[in-house]
Design a protein around this ligand. Structure first.
Ligand code: ATP
Length: 354
């Protein structure tokens, strides 16, 4: 096993700090005024839609792209700022690319030892077997990458980036090449390995399930900046803005008016998580609406989507507004049928002009 003490920082210390980092490619602004702290031992997942600047952010931290403005600090040392730039190889940052980038003509052991050139041979071999043990693939040391499954290749790529004992490892959509069945196993295994190694990690993904299941904290990135950062449940249940709510999960919006912690809207007068009074944009998650034949506001079934583990029913109320309702029960309703809907969970609201 790798000794936790071999990792450099103490839990709670910032390993990475970005302050007002901006990066443009011609007219395209990839990151704008982006600030972010990542603490030692943390697994931070940055989630955002395609093109929001996630890969660029990782590349700026790794040092393979240079910002136009701002400051980047790693372990308290400025690696980009007014005083100069520290090159990628001196940053103690590992990057696991989407395609793993294993060398096909090298064995697993040679791949894992690749970044350890400055150690003597015995020390190097020891470190290689140490990290191969950590990823539980010691018996594959002499194989070549094409003799490994996708999940094994991913773990070897992880072992290679862990070998030099970096302060921070960056993962760019590391599970996107794995089929769905394998993904959740490899994900939890990866998190186990990261936690066992004591290293700090940043993942970027556009996959919500991946983000929530991996992260100690999730950061929502939209248009080049971080819009919200927090525990998975906070970000999901209390999105900071309508845009964050729309990006994460199935959200229904409807107009309402808030007074003293209650919102009046077409679904009734409901307790609401909001700290203002007046016109509001009310958000109800699809799984927080309930459908039945007897309770709530009348609605007509428009369509249904069956997902196996759950189902979504789309209904239209008398105002013409459509609602998506996600339910676990096997509800037997068909288009045109009259039903009733009611709120059965948290309701969040934003000022109407948000
Ligand atoms: P995806 O999830 O699709 O990989 P992303 O969130 O990682 O997207 P980036 O790859 O960081 O997004 O790209 C952010 C923006 O910067 C995009 O509009 C992209 O086209 C642009 N961009 C990135 N790299 C370059 C480059 N080398 N030259 C010009 N434009 C670039």
């Amino acid at each position: 096993m790798v000794d936790r003490a071999t990792t450099s920082a103490t839990a709670g210390d910032p390993v990475l700090s970005l302050t007002a980092v901006t990066k443009r490619f011609g007219d395209v602004v990839a990151t704008v005024d982006l600030s972010l702290d990542v603490v030692a031992g943390e697994v931070l997942v940055i989630i955002g839609p395609s093109g929001c600047g996630k890969t660029t952010l990782l590349r700026l931290v790794a040092g393979v792209e240079t910002p136009d403005a701002g400051r980047i600090e790693l372990q308290g040392r400025t690696v980009y700022g007014p005083d100069g730039v520290v090159p990628p190889e001196k940053r103690s940052v590992g990057l696991v690319p989407q395609d793993y980038a294993l060398f096909p003509h090298m064995t697993v052991a040679a791949n894992v030892g690749f970044g350890l050139t400055r150690r003597d041979r015995r020390d190097r071999a020891e470190r290689v077997s140490e990290v191969l043990e950590l990823v539980q693939l010691a018996d594959l040391a002499e194989r070549y990458p094409h003799e490994l499954s996708g999940g094994e290749q991913q773990r070897i790529a992880l072992a290679r980036s862990l070998a030099p004992d970096p302060a921070l490892i960056l993962f760019d959509e590391p599970f996107s090449n794995l089929d769905q069945a394998l993904r959740s196993d490899v994900r939890s295994e990866t998190r186990r390995i990261i936690e066992a190694s004591g290293t700090t990690a940043i993942f970027v993904t556009h996959d919500q399930e991946e983000a929530f299941s991996l992260a100690h904290r999730v950061a929502v990135m939209l248009d080049g900046s971080i819009h919200q950062i927090g525990a998975s449940s906070d970000v999901y249940l209390r999105p900071a803005s309508r845009r964050v709510a729309e990006f994460l999960g199935d959200a229904n919006f409807l107009p309402g008016r808030i007074h003293n912690g209650y919102v009046k809207c077409e679904l009734g007068t409901l307790p609401v998580l909001a700290d203002f009074d007046g016109p509001a944009d009310v958000m109800v998650r699809a799984e927080n609406l309930q459908i039945s034949l007897s309770e709530g506001v009348p609605a007509e079934v428009v369509s249904g989507e069956f997902y196996g583990h759950d189902q979504v029913t789309v209904v239209r109320t008398s105002t013409g507004r459509m609602f998506r309702i996600r339910s676990l029960v096997n509800l037997d309703v068909s288009p045109g049928q009259q039903v009733r809907i009611k709120v059965g969970g948290d309701v969040v609201a934003y000022p109407a002009d948000n």
